[in-house]
Design a protein around this ligand. Structure first.
Ligand code: IFM
Length: 450
């Protein structure tokens, strides 16, 4: 029987994503300053098993070998982040040229391998010195971020065409400053909301400077973690709770970027805790971008819960379904749903899936291989939903699997493995998993066997 293939459009790009703190290591080399994650990991109890990103995948030293592996996987593109404290060890002031030299070597090596770099400027590793001055809650940080974007794009802008200002500002805002489960471990709703506004403003300011330093090939965007919010029942209360959750996670970030306003229902709900917005802030935040990066992992099922003071809701874990090692429901249809919804509600922007993937408890078998069947199933089912969205008119231009290789999963340390490549941390040996070989085939065929 002839093999049936779901073909992606010509020019569709396939890649993987990583982040500086999660893979680089070399935490204090070549003039790098301390980041909030270097500090956070040193406080006992913050990270599972006391793990830290000091060495991580040692990518800072092994990047050439890692790029060879990317080539083996036939990647078209590679998304990585720049560590701000490598460029400005104090967050502002004196530039550390050796930090820029590293990223220049990385970019040149990628280009030599025929792999297009997608650069994220901020993936959570704020210079600790700026945290001492209030971090993202201090409006001055917006200006320092703009200076950082200016310096990086001045050095790399002739070779890097794709820039992502922020990765998942919801996480920086709420996981970093409300629940406090991530660095800098602050627990205050007004602070989290102020931080979200400053992050969005810094996005807009960076877009302006990246545009000025760029050329006709420059493409700018931001990456948001987005999920459909489904009511746990048909009740009015659950439906309203799901709308509130959607406002909190999705619309709070999408609306200012695409509509130049915060959602009214959320402004009312946050009341006097809502951020103070100055004239022109929203105009800056909604500066024209060229693409939206969508990070999708799962949906959220929501029920009304009057005991929960913040949003009056709680999350429900559906039974009779599968979960990843992150305890995240496997729900591929949610990817189609969120893409279609953005297409409909936000004027059909060009999008990339800048992260999608799953952690499973991978083991090396007796032949030295990692046969990660669950990840293959997870990825293929999500690829097919992306394909369906494109067929239905969504402007989706590429897909980045999270992650290239196993790495430091923030407060969960090295306990969770997301990679297409297995990393044996004590030896830094890499093994391409079965999912990596599957992905190579998908890329080479620009399609998936059904
Ligand atoms: O590892 C993270 C990444 O840094 C941001 N998005 C989600 C991933 C998996 O949890």
């Amino acid at each position: 029987m002839a093999e049936k293939i779901a073909k992606f459009p010509h020019g569709f790009i396939w890649g993987t994503a990583t982040a500086a703190y999660q893979i680089e290591g070399a935490w204090n080399e070549d003039g790098k300053g301390e980041s909030i994650w270097d500090r956070f990991c040193r406080i006992p109890g913050n990270v599972q098993d006391g793990d830290r990103g000091d060495i991580a995948c040692d990518h800072y030293h092994l990047y050439r070998d890692d790029i060879k592996l990317m080539k083996t996987l036939s990647l078209n593109v590679y998304r990585f982040s720049i560590a701000w404290p490598r460029i400005f060890p104090q967050g502002k002031g004196g530039i550390n040229q050796r930090g820029l030299d590293f990223y220049e070597r990385l970019v040149d090596e990628l280009l030599d391998a025929g792999i297009e770099p997608f650069v994220t400027l901020y993936h959570w590793d704020l210079p600790q010195a700026l945290q001492e001055e209030g971090g993202w809650a201090n409006r001055d940080t917006v200006g320092y971020f703009k200076d950082y974007a200016a310096q990086v794009s001045k050095r790399l802008g002739d070779r890097v065409h794709y820039w992502i200002t922020h990765n998942e500002p919801w996480v920086t805002s709420f996981a970093g400053h409300h629940s406090g489960i991530l660095a800098p471990r602050i627990k205050s709703l007004p602070t989290a909301l102020k931080v979200s506004h400053h992050l969005l403003l810094s996005h807009g300011e960076a877009v302006a400077v990246l545009r000025d330093n760029g050329d006709e090939k420059t493409r700018l965007g931001i990456t948001l973690n987005l999920s459909p919010a489904h009511p746990a029942s048909e009740s009015k209360e659950d439906k309203e709770a799901a709308t509130r959750f959607d406002g909190y996670l999705n619309r709070w970030f999408l609306d200012p970027i695409y509509k130049g306003s915060y959602p009214e229902d959320m402004m009312i709900l946050y009341g006097d805790k809502a951020p103070k917005i100055r004239a022109q802030d929203l105009e800056r935040i909604s500066a024209k971008i060229d693409f939206l990066g969508v990070n999708y992992y799962s949906r959220q099922v929501i029920k009304a819960d009057t005991k929960e003071a913040f949003l009056g809701l709680s999350q429900v874990k559906p039974a009779d379904t599968e979960y990843t090692e992150m305890d995240s429901e496997i729900y591929p249809a949610g990817l189609y749903e969120i893409l279609k919804r953005i297409h409909n509600d936000y004027d059909a922007p060009l999008m990339y899936i800048t992260e999608n993937g799953a952690a499973f408890s991978d083991k090396i078998d007796k032949n030295g291989q990692v046969n990660d069947k669950s990840r293959i199933k997870y990825l293929k089912s999500h690829f097919l939903q992306a394909h369906k969205a494109i067929e239905d008119g969504v402007k989706l231009s590429g897909y980045f699997v999270w992650s290239l290789m196993d790495n430091f999963e923030w407060a969960l340390g090295y306990s969770k493995r997301f990679g297409l490549i297995y990393v044996d941390y004590p030896t830094q040996k890499r093994i391409i998993k079965a999912s990596g070989w599957m992905y190579k085939k998908v890329i080479e065929k620009n399609g998936i066997e059904i």
